[in-house]
Design a binder for this molecule. Structure first.
Ligand code: NAG
Ligand code: NAG
Ligand code: NAG
Ligand code: NAG
Ligand code: NAG
Ligand code: NAG
Length: 575
């Protein structure tokens, strides 16, 4: 008894101390996350207190702390004056936003400190390579190092005196030379790094090598290029391991590993999987960019300029992506902010070896609160029902559908249709045979506003099935200026087994994972009616055949603790 009384006192004092700490910035903190005056701010996604944010940069795990840097405009809710924001966390969910890590101050980055990556050197110290927009607005690559590596928060960064380390010479276009990757070491102990470029109009991953991380030499041959794409932004290159759930550190190479090359173009993050030989630096893709009708992407919705890192604490590879606004620019300015980071996802090679699968990191489950459950519930064709009892505007929903009857599925040729177009033509209200079935999220009570995340099952010409996943936003908001275009992609699952869907709903973002994370679609929505307590959640089936909800689990989600640091450091308890 006494023990717990003392403990309560200690907690009380800590809470008072904590409030004192944040007290001065109370006003900022109140507006930091979702609140009735800012109904489209999120409650558990990372966003700074105000202004513009884009690409995630240099994510890493260092001395027990996760670091996220991000492209940030300290002055406005539009792109410009790009600086590296910096936030730290014990659990990838609760964040403290620190002072800027890298600011445009030198001739080689005076017009912006653009995207880059962190590399943990063999002694354990981290370094950052980033792109500077120099005094002539040329793109160059620079190095920054921690001022005090014994500080786990890595608050201060020093730019190397030899900067810039890579400049656009020998035919490299100074406007197309950016976003260095995490470096990896070959068997010859030399470092390799890839920089995004466009050569003769073709997206290219330029390869550089270095013995000391300071003097870099461009390889004759790029790591890879594609004449079916233009400029590659934010390339990423990393190993994945066949038939294992854990991730690999970037320099690891083993008999069972394959390599992933990701490039950002056409507003999407595309990837290919292939074989990399670290002796010759040859990368041979299994299927090249834009070669297969699948055109593999991390996410088929709004998700760009992503970056992965290896989390050595939990031996996994984690993916972060920038989720931009679909709102009018003037509204961004009015709201005072623009841009979110996705929920970090752990990313692995699928069992089939042909694609990646993603899943929200386990830590997000600590925010699950009130729960609702359903088992084995049939939904007749043409019906919908509401899931009540959880906060529908701030939720995590996992559902699995069983399709007892696949006869009479409509026919399509998946390689001849564009799934995105198919999803906008065959929207949630267009009846089908098997589907559309799925969730209506951020819906108003009478469904005037709703975002539909759903599946349709088709038979393809060779008697196989094609499962289409859609996110349909046409009715997501009464507001006219909002971008309500729909998204769609196929999910490589067998509909004779159950089809799963998980949606993370957070006021103005819906991140959906189909088929256990084989196909992901993120959308931004800005409801007017379906906000806060007025948001509802429905399950529907507008096909003619009935489907069964094998399982449904839904949770209200708590808020993440995200706040700016003011002076002294104060962190959420590690867990
Ligand atoms: C960049 O910063 C300057 C102040 O340093 C400001 O005048 C200008 O409006 C800013 N530009 C943008 C696009 O935020
Ligand atoms: C594109 O590159 C491929 C090989 O990489 C080559 O076979 C093809 O001719 C090229 N096409 C064009 C239009 O350059
Ligand atoms: C769905 O599509 C049908 C026909 O293509 C169209 O008439 C209807 O307005 C669409 N509904 C929505 C909600 O987009
Ligand atoms: C749905 O509710 C909204 C707000 O209460 C109202 O404006 C609208 O007319 C309703 N629509 C229908 C079809 O009942
Ligand atoms: C709306 O968003 C889609 C998908 O991100 C994009 O392709 C389209 O260009 C956008 N439309 C407008 C008018 O911005
Ligand atoms: C699929 O759904 C059916 C019907 O609800 C259920 O009996 C079965 O256990 C489910 N299978 C799996 C693998 O979850």
């Amino acid at each position: 008894m006494e023990g717990s009384l003392i403990w309560i006192l200690v907690v009380h004092i800590l809470v008072i101390a904590y409030q004192g700490e944040v007290g001065a910035s109370d006003r900022i903190q109140k507006n930091f996350q979702y609140n009735p005056k800012q109904p489209h701010r999120t409650a558990y996604h990372f966003q700074p207190s105000k202004n513009w944010m884009n690409d995630p940069n240099g994510p890493m795990y260092y001395k027990g702390i996760y670091h996220l840097f991000y492209q940030y405009n300290p002055y406005a809710a539009v792109w410009g004056n790009i600086t590296w924001g910096h936030a730290v966390s014990h659990n990838l969910i609760d964040w403290i936003d620190l002072e800027h890590a890298i600011e445009p101050t030198e001739p080689y980055d005076i017009n912006g400190c653009w995207s880059g990556s962190a590399t943990i050197l063999p002694g354990g110290n981290p370094v950052i390579l980033y792109t500077g927009a120099d005094f002539k607005n040329r793109q160059v690559q620079n190095l920054a190092e921690p001022k005090n590596p014994s500080d786990p928060y890595l608050k201060e960064w020093i730019k190397a005196k030899n900067n810039p380390l890579m400049t656009p010479i020998n035919g490299i276009d100074p406007q197309f030379f950016r976003d260095p990757t995490t470096a990896w070491q070959g068997p010859d102990k030399r470092w390799r790094v890839v920089v995004g470029s466009q050569i003769d109009g073709h997206g290219t991953a330029l390869l550089y090598r270095s013995k000391d991380f300071v003097t870099w030499t461009k390889s004759e041959k790029p790591l890879h290029f594609s004449n079916k794409t233009k400029m590659w932004e934010c390339p990423d290159f990393y190993p994945v391991i066949v038939s294992r759930r854990n991730g690999l550190d970037t320099s690891v190479h083993s008999k069972n590993s394959k390599h992933v090359l990701k490039a950002s173009f056409n507003d999407q993050d595309y990837y290919i999987i292939g074989t990399y030989n670290p002796e010759t630096d040859k990368f041979i893709p299994d299927v090249d960019f834009m070669e297969s009708y699948l055109k593999l992407r991390y996410d088929y919705g709004i998700f760009y300029a992503s970056k992965t890192f290896y989390d050595s604490a939990k031996r996994r590879r984690i993916l972060w992506g920038w989720v931009t606004e679909g709102d009018d620019k003037l509204d961004d300015i009015k709201k005072g902010w623009s841009g979110l980071q996705s929920i970090p996802r752990s990313i692995v090679l699928d069992k089939n070896g042909k694609q990646l699968t993603q899943w929200p990191i386990k830590e997000i489950e600590r925010l699950r609160r009130k729960e609702v459950n359903l088992q084995n519930k049939g939904i007749k064709g043409g019906t919908a029902f509401e899931i009540t009892g959880i906060t529908a505007s701030q939720a995590d929903v996992e559902v699995s559908f069983h399709l007892p009857n696949l006869h009479d599925a409509e026919l399509i040729h998946p390689e001849k249709v564009d799934p995105k177009i198919l999803c906008s033509e065959k929207n949630a209200s267009t009846k089908g045979v098997i589907g559309p079935f799925g969730l209506m999220v951020l819906a108003s009570k009478n469904l005037t506003e709703r975002t539909a995340v759903f599946f349709r099952v088709f038979k393809s010409h060779d008697d196989k099935y094609a499962v289409l996943m859609c996110s349909h936003q046409t009715r997501s908001s009464l507001r006219k200026v909002v971008n309500k275009s729909s998204f769609g992609a196929f999910v490589d699952v067998d509909p004779k087994e159950n089809i799963s869907l998980r949606s993370l709903i957070d006021h103005s973002i819906v991140e959906s994972f189909g088929g256990g994370g084989k196909t992901c679609i993120t959308s931004r929505v800005y409801p007017e009616l379906a906000v806060g307590q007025e948001a509802h959640l429905y399950v529907f089936n507008y096909g003619t055949k009935s489907v069964t909800i094998s399982n449904l689990h839904g949770w209200s989600m708590g808020r993440a603790k995200i706040f700016p640091a003011h002076g002294k450091k104060m962190f959420p308890t590690p867990n």
